[in-house]
Ligand binder design. Structure first.
Ligand SMILES: NC(=O)c1ccc[n+]([C@@H]2O[C@H](COP(=O)([O-])OP(=O)(O)OC[C@H]3O[C@@H](n4cnc5c(N)ncnc54)[C@H](OP(=O)(O)O)[C@@H]3O)[C@@H](O)[C@H]2O)c1
Length: 335
C-alpha cells in the first residue's frame, strides 16, 4: 500500500480545451475508515466524455464538481481494510470515488468473481447499459432497419452497433480513422463505416450507405455529424440523443441543428441519461452477460497506467486516440 493518497482536484473551470492548471494532482493522507466503513483502493478509473461536462457549470444532469473537490469519476476498487462485517479485504467493489487512489466509504456494491475486471467498467457496466437501454428502449430497432451510430469505435458506439446487428439491422458506423472503420466492419460485424475525418461530404456518404434512409440514429457526436444525419432520415426515424462530444469543449453556444426534418419525416428525437436506468440494471446484465460470454458482443479497452495519467489521458476521448472504453489503471488488480 502507498503511504499517501494522490488526488486530482478541480482548481478552475476549464474554458474550451482543458489546460494544465485547471486540475492539480495533490498528495493527501490515506483516509482512515470510520466505524462501519471500508477503505478502498482504486484499481480502475473510468474516463468519460461527461467528465468535461462535470468540470463546467453548464446546465447538466448532476451538480457540477465544486472547485477544490476531488474530480468525480466511476471506479472499480478493492477493499483494503474493513470495519463492516459485510466486506473483507480483497473484495472487488463498484465505487464512484473519483480521481484518487484511496477512499473511505460506508458501503459499495460487491462484484462477483469470474469476470475480467475491465468488463465491469465497460461492456458490463454503465457503458454497456447506455448502449443497451439507449438503443433498445428509445431506438426500438426492428429487423431490416438501418441504424447509424457515431463515435462508433468508442466504448458506447461499438456496443450499440453490435446489439443492432443482433436485432437484424443494417449498421453503419461513423468513426475517425480508416483503421477504426476496418476494425468495426471486420471484427465487430458492422455493415459499413464512414471515416468522418476524411469523407468530404458526410451527407452524400450517409446517402450512399443508407439508401433507404436512417431509421435509427444513435447520436454520440452532435454538430456537423448530426446535421448530416438529419438530411438522411427515413420516415418515422428515431434519434437517440446519447451525447454530443463534438460540442463539449465548445465555448459559447453549442452548435445548433436544423430540425426541419423532424417535422417532415415525422421523426422523434429523445435525450436520455443512463443514471435514470439504474433500477433496471438487472435486466441489462441478464441479457448482456450471456451475449458477452458467448462472444456475440465483443469489447475493446484502452488502458493507461497511473493516476497521474488521468488528466493527460482525458483528451484521448476528444482526439479519438482511444478505441473502446478508456480506463486508467490506478493500481494492480487483486491476485
Ligand atoms: N447519455 C448517457 O447517459 C451517456 C453515457 C455514456 C456516454 N454518453 C455519451 O456517449 C458518447 C460516447 O461516449 P463514450 O464514453 O463511449 O466515449 P468514446 O466513444 O469511447 O470516446 C469518445 C469518441 O468520440 C469520438 N469523437 C471525439 N470528438 C469527436 C467529434 N468532434 N466528432 C465525432 N466524433 C468525435 C472519438 O472517436 P473518433 O476517432 O471516431 O473521432 C472518441 O474516441 C459521448 O458523447 C458521451 O457523452 C452518454
Amino acid at each position: 500500500m502507498r503511504n499517501s493518497n494522490r488526488q486530482w482536484i478541480l482548481k478552475k473551470r476549464p474554458v474550451g480545451d482543458i489546460k494544465p492548471g485547471d486540475l492539480e494532482l495533490v498528495e493527501s493522507p490515506i483516509p482512515v475508515p470510520g466505524p462501519g466503513e471500508i477503505l478502498v483502493r482504486t484499481v480502475y478509473l473510468s474516463l468519460d466524455p461527461t467528465n468535461r461536462i462535470w468540470m463546467s457549470d453548464m446546465e447538466q444532469y448532476m451538480p457540477p464538481v465544486e472547485l477544490g473537490e476531488v474530480m468525480r469519476g466511476g471506479t472499480l476498487s478493492v477493499v483494503e481494510q474493513s470495519n463492516n462485517p459485510d466486506f473483507k479485504p480483497g473484495d472487488v467493489v463498484n465505487t464512484f470515488t473519483g480521481w484518487q487512489e484511496y477512499a473511505a466509504v460506508p458501503m459499495a456494491q460487491k462484484m462477483p468473481p469470474g469476470v475480467p475486471l475491465p468488463a465491469y467498467m465497460s461492456v458490463l457496466g454503465a457503458t454497456g447499459a447506455t448502449a443497451y437501454f439507449g438503443l433498445l428502449d428509445l431506438g426500438k430497432p426492428q429487423p431490416g432497419e438501418t441504424v447509424v451510430v457515431s463515435a462508433a469505435a468508442g466504448a458506447v458506439g461499438s456496443i450499440v452497433g453490435q446489439i443492432a446487428k443482433l436485432k437484424g439491422c443494417r449498421v453503419v458506423g461513423i468513426a475517425g480513422s480508416d483503421e477504426k472503420c476496418r476494425h468495426l466492419v471486420k471484427d465487430f460485424g458492422f455493415d459499413a463505416c464512414i471515416n468522418y475525418k476524411t469523407e468530404k461530404d458526410m451527407r452524400a456518404a450517409l446517402k450512399r450507405e443508407c439508401p433507404n434512409g436512417i431509421d435509427i440514429d444513435f447520436e454520440n457526436a452532435g454538430g456537423a455529424i448530426l446535421d448530416a444525419v438529419m438530411d438522411n432520415l427515413a420516415m418515422k426515424a428515431r434519434i437517440v440523443l446519447c451525447g454530443m462530444i463534438s460540442q463539449y469543449n465548445a465555448t459559447g453556444q453549442m452548435a445548433g441543428t436544423n430540425i426541419t426534418n423532424i417535422l417532415m419525416k415525422r421523426a422523434r428525437i429523445e435525450g436520455f441519461i443512463i443514471i435514470d436506468y439504474l433500477p433496471r440494471f438487472g435486466e441489462f446484465i441478464a441479457e448482456m452477460a450471456p451475449w458477452v460470454m458467448q462472444g456475440k458482443i465483443k469489447y475493446d479497452t484502452t488502458i493507461v497506467k497511473g493516476i497521474e495519467s488521468a488528466l493527460p489521458s482525458l483528451d484521448m476521448l476528444f482526439t479519438g486516440k482511444n478505441t473502446g472504453k478508456l480506463l486508467i489503471q490506478v493500481s494492480d488488480e487483486p491476485k
